[in-house]
Every structure is written in C-alpha cells, then in structure tokens.
Design a protein around this ligand. Structure first.
Ligand SMILES: *Cc1c(COP(=O)(O)O)cnc(C)c1O
Length: 373
C-alpha cells in the first residue's frame, strides 16, 4: 500500500501523453470496420513524410521492425558488417543480426553520447556496408563528418531516429539526415502509437523494398505473389489513429521538452561534478532524455544520486548501464579496451524526467532537490 501510494505520487521518468483526441480517433477506427493498413495508416504515412521532408514513409508495427526492414531495403546481407554505436538500446544492434550481418561497434563522443566519426574510420574494411547512426536522447549525431566517411568508402547511412522525432540538424529534419531512417512510436517515445514504427526515405527503391518486406514480400496491388522473404510488420489503423493525433502535437511536446532542458542546463551547469548535455552548433535536440553525467567530483556517486532521487519521489534511470559489446551475442572480436568513452559514460550517466507532462512546480522541485545536494 505504502509503495503504491509512493508510486502514484512519484514524478515518473516518462508518461504517455494522450487525451480525448486519441481516444475518439481509435473509437472511430473500431467503428469503421477497417483495422489494419488502411486509409488511416496511409494518412499517417503521408503526414509523417511531410513532417520529415522526405518523399516516402512506411509504417511498421515497431521501431525494431522498422530497423530490420530499412537495413534489408538498404541491401544488408549475411556476412556484411554494419558499424554502429555500442551506447544505445539493444534493438539497434539486434536488427543487424536479424539479417545475418555483424554489428561492429565504434566508440562514442563524451560530449554528445553519439558515435564518434573518427572511431568509425578505424573499423572499416572490405565487408563494411553501412553505418547505423543513432541520434541518442534526441540529439542528431555528427552527420557532416559521417557523410564524408560514407562518401569516401561508399557506405550507406541508416538513421536510427527512434529517439529523435522532430529534431533537426543544419536545417534538416531527423528522418532526412541519411539514406533511410527509422522511428519508434513505442509508449515511452516522444510521440507514440502504443507499439509502432516508421521508415522514412526519398529513395524509391528502398521505399518499394520496404513496403514488400513489411507484408510477406507481396506488392500492395498484387497479393499472393511473393517477391522474396517478408514478414508481417504491418501497422494497425488503431495505432495510426493514435500516431496521427500525436504528430499534430509534436511541436508542442518538443517545445516543452526543450524549455525544461534549458532550465536544467542553466541550473545545473555550475554544479561541481555535474556535466550537462552538450548542444552542438546548428543541432536541435528534442530531449527524448535529459541526461547528466555524475563525475567523481560530485558529492554522491551516480547510483547514490539515483537512490536519493527515488527517496525524494523523483524517478530517474540509467540509459544505458551496459554497453552492447559486453553482451555475448553482440561481441565480435572487440575488446573492452577499444571503448574507453562508452565504458566511462555507462558509469556516469543518469537521465531525469523531462517529459511534457511535468508541471512547472515539479520541474522546480527536481531542480531544488538536486541543487540542495
Ligand atoms: C526504442 C528504440 C528502438 C526500438 O524501438 P521499438 O519500437 O521498441 O521496437 C530502437 N532504437 C532505439 C535507439 C530506441 O530507443
């Protein structure tokens, strides 16, 4: 009972932000009699592609299936190598394995937590086909440098934009920063559809391959003719109905996240032992997470801070406590000593609530609680 009350009053690290609009839209779909990959999905795809400034969008039933599909569409095959970050959610690397290819990790930049372009070069060989770039915590990676490398070595760039819907980089939207991009609409992401994903691209071939792969290798117009292996990765119109309402609110959600993050930045930047997230030039983060580094100079260790915040009713989390090269199924000849930055970050990071449902009072309370340490 006590725990229940505590949880009820806790400031949670994330919270689904839905209202009557989403509920009414879902009811409308239920009453319409068309539940899967119908007009609502098509409408959602169109809206999403316009939001990102790309020609095509393909809806899927998760961010993971979007990644699997996009890598397939980009031509990744058994034996290929795909360079990616070890400091991400496991779906990024698992999607590479799903095609029989190998995730090859490159260390990250300590300021942005994103893949370090200089470390990518060291990992390129004749099997390398693509770079799977994650915009971690909502901040686009260093695409200028990554593109130079991709051009020089003839590599495809795939954007894992699961955390960065609405972000921009030198005037371009996330979803339009690489050859093909993938979003997640999972319940904790910046916009949601329950479970769901989206692929965006301006490449017609990638678009057509993606559409078939998501639906058992069939063309939409000609069913029961199979062009190759495919899966059931279709989105329901129920999910699309939620997503359509959510994307209308994207700018509002993002503005609130950025507002809270700016407050945190100015309040925390002078605390001894705390490092606030970096904001590189011409790069706008949508703060999927607001992530601090807790260094040795701080009064508490990172784990002590997490425990302290919990006692004060503030939810926090560590993204990510274990870098991916440490897991047996993802380890391909890599040595831990190749990743000093990812190792250090996994010990220092803590993410605190930044979602748009936080009230000003809650934000002030979080600031006061941390500053009083
Ligand atoms: C959430 C997430 C995914 C996976 O998305 P799902 O919708 O949960 O399948 C992939 N990559 C990153 C970086 C994510 O944060």
């Amino acid at each position: 009972m006590l725990l229940e009350n505590l949880l009820k009053n806790m400031i949670q690290i994330s919270k689904p932000n839905i209202d009557k609009k989403e509920i009414d839209s879902v009811l409308k779909v239920l009453n319409s009699g068309h539940l899967v990959q119908g007009a609502v999905v098509q409408n959602f795809e169109k809206t999403f592609s316009e939001e990102c400034g790309v020609k095509f969008a393909i809806a899927t039933n998760s961010g993971t299936s979007a990644l699997h599909t996009a890598l397939y569409a980009a031509g990744i095959k058994e034996g290929d190598e795909v360079i990616t970050t070890p400091f991400t959610f496991v779906a990024t690397a698992n999607s590479i394995l799903m095609l029989g290819a190998r995730p090859i990790f490159a260390d990250i930049d300590p300021g942005t937590f994103n893949i370090d372009p200089t470390k990518i070069i060291e990992k390129i060989n004749k099997r390398t086909k693509a770079i799977l770039v994650v915009n971690l915590f909502g901040l686009p990676a260093n695409y200028k440098e990554i593109k130079k490398i991709a051009n020089k070595y003839n590599l495809i760039i795939v954007e894992d934009a699961a955390q960065s819907v609405g972000a921009s980089y030198f005037g371009k939207q996330s979803g339009n920063l690489a050859d093909i991009a993938c979003f997640s609409l999972y319940a904790t992401k910046n916009i949601i559809s329950g479970e769901g994903g989206m692929i965006t691209t301006s490449n017609k071939l990638y678009f057509e391959r993606s559409k078939r792969f998501r639906n058992h290798g069939q063309d939409e117009e000609r069913r029961y003719i199979y062009h190759g292996l495919g899966y059931n990765y279709r989105m329901t119109d129920l999910s699309a109905a939620i997503g359509l309402e959510q994307i209308k609110k994207l700018k509002m959600f993002t503005k609130r996240r950025q507002e809270i993050a700016e407050k945190y930045n100015s309040e925390f930047k002078n605390i001894e032992g705390i490092i606030v997230p970096e904001a590189p030039k011409a790069t706008s983060s949508v703060y999927h997470q607001y992530t601090l580094r807790v260094t040795k100079k701080f009064k508490l260790t990172r784990d002590e801070l997490k425990e302290y915040l919990l006692q004060k009713g503030i939810g926090s989390n560590v993204y990510y406590p274990v870098p991916l090269y440490r897991f047996k199924h993802l380890k391909f000849n890599s040595k831990i000593s190749e990743f000093p930055v990812a190792e250090q970050m996994s010990k220092e990071v803590i993410s605190i609530p930044v979602h748009p449902l936080l009230s000003d009072v809650e934000v002030k309370y979080i600031i006061r609680t941390i500053k009083s340490i």
